[in-house]
Design a protein around this ligand. Sequence first.
Ligand SMILES: Cc1cc2nc3c(=O)[nH]c(=O)nc-3n(C[C@H](O)[C@H](O)[C@H](O)COP(=O)(O)O)c2cc1C
Ligand code: SF4
Length: 432
Amino acid sequence: MNTSLHDRHIEPQILAGLNGDNWHLADYVKRGGYDALKKILNDKITPEFIIAELKVSALRGRGGAGFPTGLKWSFMPRLFPGQKYLVCNSDEGEPGTFKDRDILRYNPHALIEGMIIGGYAMGISVGYNYIHGEIWAEYERFEEALEEARAAGFVGQNILGSGFSFELHAFHGYGAYICGEETALLESLEGKKGLPRFKPPFPASYGLYGKPTTINNSETFSAVPWIIRNGGEAFLKVGKPNNGGTKIFSISGDVTYPGNYEIPLGTPFAKLLEIAGGMRDGKKLKAVIPGGSSAPVIPAEAMMATNMDYDAIAKAGSMLGSGAVIVMDETRCMVKSLLRLSYFYFEESCGQCTPCREGTGWMYRVVHRIEHGQGRMEDLDLLNSVADNIQGRTICALGDAAAMPVRAFIKHFHDEFVYHVEHKHCLVPTYV
Ligand SMILES: Cc1cc2nc3c(=O)[nH]c(=O)nc-3n(C[C@H](O)[C@H](O)[C@H](O)COP(=O)(O)O)c2cc1C
Ligand code: SF4
């Protein structure tokens, strides 16, 4: 873990006081771990009460869309008599995002406890944690923690003699970005190719093996025990209205101390930058991608005036997404940055829908020719037109994720793209 996390975090709820050695069950219990679950089972707290607390807390899904978790849990038909499933999304393939693997590594029991509480609140007896296929150590760590929880009677049949049973399994995924999209994840979990499904039907009615399923991100589940221990109101107060709690930001790029920082939602971006040690080598900030590669880029001035929460970032024209903050300094070429992003989406498109399959390839090729001195002025309109023809016309949101950065880069750094076309080389002289 980035050591700077420990001395720099502010009011952390998930990554608090962790040093890499204290992930075990005994350490977690010392920190108040499994108290929330014990309280629920001993005091026979009702599922309705848990969901109401989540609604009060304004916990929003940490996987990207920021959907209110309490509301999502209320969609699960709890009294449906057949099999239902709970799924944790630890796929984490979005470029710039590296927070969920730290949860698996340093605080796996918070995630496990959050899932068991989810199972109880939604009347679900089986859960899976889908872990990105390229991370082995974290998968093994989670398996070890699960074993500890099972041996202590927190997972399995008749948990702590309460009559409530919840089986939880780890599933090592396939390492494809698209497998993080919830319906592709379900296909993959069923042993099939990770191809997104049409929605509706949504997973709450037709999920894993066609059964009602709730899917949440690892960080979302990990926040739940704190909420139950301290109350929804306390969580809400840590953040700001409609944006409860802390959020883990994975900050990377041109900062002095890249790493994960857990800070209250609503913290000014300028403060987060300061916590990460400021700009590396004293360079000037040029732009920030505030929520993972899918989030539209924001120029420096606007970013410095923005707070880090879902609503403020949306107001600034982007998305908080997964909380992956990619910082770019004055030496970064925006055409080259867009080229890298376009290539990623072109590579990762699953190919099911024509606008995404063909459009991502076209966007990559057009940005490639601009970057390599063969661009035409019409290419800027062409790129916007291809983006228009992808966005909102595909089965899943990967199409939108590919189109939105293209529009934002051209909008905010138009002069730099024009310079590339006219001069056939980069405007940024010190670019390396
Ligand atoms: C292309 C694509 C990739 C995604 N990857 C992830 C991911 O790696 N992890 C994640 O939690 N959500 C990812 N999502 C969002 C999920 O589909 C889903 O909304 C999320 O897991 C729900 O959890 P939450 O409500 O707790 O945020 C992705 C979405 C898309 C369109
Ligand atoms: S939008 Fe792209 S990734 Fe999503 S289903 Fe269509 S082709 Fe596949």
